[in-house]
Design a protein around this ligand. Structure first.
Ligand SMILES: Nc1ncnc2c1ncn2[C@@H]1O[C@H](COP(=O)(O)OP(=O)(O)OP(=O)(O)O)[C@@H](O)[C@H]1O
Ligand SMILES: [Mg+2]
Length: 249
């Protein structure tokens, strides 16, 4: 089943005199439970693509649909609702609210959606358990390590049972051990919970946990690589690096 579809998506930024082409005719499909990594050099359009997929921005032309519904020609209010209910975001710098506890941060998307937190205590507890932070639910972000904060951010991204989780460099700010824990968590949630995930990364090792890697260059998809082991195997990392060399990424 297709969860996410981008059809001939183009994004241009009008910067006064110059037109910056961030994405050009990008088409791709993500199936339910797929974990897709997006790689490419700085400026190749990775974050732009993620923002468009999550309804944070609108394409100049083309169409994006999420769970069978187009999100491209909706009003701002309509797209906000889609984003709240159907998309989970994970960013490089966690973006937790510093004055809230781990549990409150996880519940925040529900609160913003007008739901009663009391009703979701058990779910929030289970998510914190899933990310290995059951003991930390009352801790504030500054009382946790970077890796722990990112795990709270992952629990938060899952709290609205999103159709898709979008992650922009989720391990970019972490040491290798904490990064591996995050990648294993994402891999596990795709495999066990059929959570659909699109993750932007610079790191071949991070990408080697995905089912496949989409390579972007100058705003276009230039290659699609299937990952065999999907668990950080050195063979897969070598394959990714070989494609990067061949494409001069
Ligand atoms: N708001 C904006 N206004 C104007 N140009 C933009 C804007 N956002 C991105 N761009 C341009 O679009 C292109 C793609 O940017 P994008 O942020 O998607 O790259 P990226 O692949 O995520 O890079 P990085 O790896 O450095 O994060 C770049 O040329 C960038 O300068
Ligand atoms: Mg980026």
């Amino acid at each position: 089943m297709t969860v996410l579809e981008a059809i001939e998506v183009t994004k241009q930024y009008n910067m006064g005199e110059v037109l910056v082409s961030a994405l050009q005719n990008v088409s791709f499909v993500v199936a339910k439970g797929e974990f897709v990594a997006v790689m490419g050099p700085s400026g190749s359009g990775k974050s732009t693509l993620l923002h468009l997929l999550g309804g944070l921005d609108e394409p100049t032309s083309g169409e994006i649909s999420l769970a069978g519904h187009t999100i491209t020609h909706l009003t701002d209010d309509e797209v906000t609702v889609v984003r709240r209910r159907k998309v989970g975001f994970i960013f490089q710098f966690y973006n937790l609210v510093p004055t809230l506890t781990a549990a409150e941060n996880v519940g925040l998307p529900l609160l913003i959606d007008g739901q009663k937190i009391e009703k979701h205590k058990e779910k929030i507890g289970n998510l914190l358990k899933m990310v290995g932070l059951a003991e930390r639910s009352d801790h504030k972000p500054d009382q946790m390590s970077g890796g722990q904060q990112q795990r709270v951010a992952i629990a938060r991204a899952f709290v609205n049972d999103p159709e898709i989780v979008l992650a922009d460099e989720p391990t970019g700010n972490l040491d290798s051990k904490s990064g591996t824990a995050i990648l294993e968590l994402l891999r596990e949630s795709a495999a066990a919970l059929h959570q659909t995930i699109v993750m932007v990364t610079h790191d071949p090792r991070a990408a080697s946990y995905a089912d496949r890697v989409v390579f972007l260059k100058d705003g276009r998809i230039v290659q699609n690589l299937t990952i065999e082991a999907k668990n950080g195997a050195s063979e897969d990392i070598r394959n990714i690096m070989r494609v990067m060399r061949e494409l001069e990424l």
